[in-house]
Design a binder for this molecule. Sequence first.
Ligand code: CP
Length: 307
Amino acid sequence: MKHFLNPLDFSVEELDEVLDLADEIRANPKRFAKVCEGKKLATLFYEPSTRTRLSFEAAMMNLGGNVLGFSSADSSSAAKGESVSDTIRMVSCYADICAMRHPKEGAPLVASMKSSIPVINAGDGGHQHPTQTLTDLYTIRCLKGKFSGMTIGLCGDLKFGRTVHSLIEALIRYEDIKFVLISPEELRVPSYIRDEVLKQNNQQFEEVESLEEALPKLDILYMTRVQRERFFNEDDYLRMKDSYILDKEKMKLAKSDMIVLHPLPRVNEISVEVDDDERACYFKQVEFSVYARMALIMILLGVDKPC
Ligand code: CP
């Protein structure tokens, strides 16, 4: 039994297998409409979500399976003090696979140790969000055709933005990637990402503050929201929240084939006027996420492809 807690739980070859299967599903979704008949996915969300929970549920339904779960800690027995370890032992009796989001870093890992079903990390605190990474990789592969040779700008809250941490860990395994890390000084990537991931792997990267200066060299711009829920005080959040706002004027500085990604939700960091630009691909990302999660569910459940 395999869990998916971190993008590094899958080798590059295993990730390719997931993305290849996502391609097959996207080309002919009807072919896969019954492959998970009789299977159940539990969504255990201790923290708010729109995309991740709903796309997991849509993915399982598209495969012919069923879903059960809770969408907030308050509506589960966590509110009465039940531990994650006890909860997963219960859920293992009800479901075949689960996706867990939790505000505490490492909670899905703790769950996996007591689980008899595959556990998927659907976001743990400011740590990791590996299925967003699957979505991001799948989107990049569909729209750019490759990962190697890309200059990727990651902009915004790089300190608390778990999608950024997971994406960096996944992408450093490909050739000739350059990262431009665009953030205010106080929201730079955590030191473990800089020292143990980027530097230890001799990854090319630079840390800058100006989005305008970075834009002309980027093939991909990955915008992120300032993560209000992770700040210790509101004043710091208010000071930082509008550090970067991508608008039509700034888009004039970018290459004609640069793509703009964002894990969403957005607050103010991409002006809605950018949505009509053909380089704005964040809503396509949402569409691609369902295929990527369908493929992941099939692979973790060991479900065969239909003939
Ligand atoms: N991208 C993402 O994780 O969105 P949600 O918080 O809505 O799930």
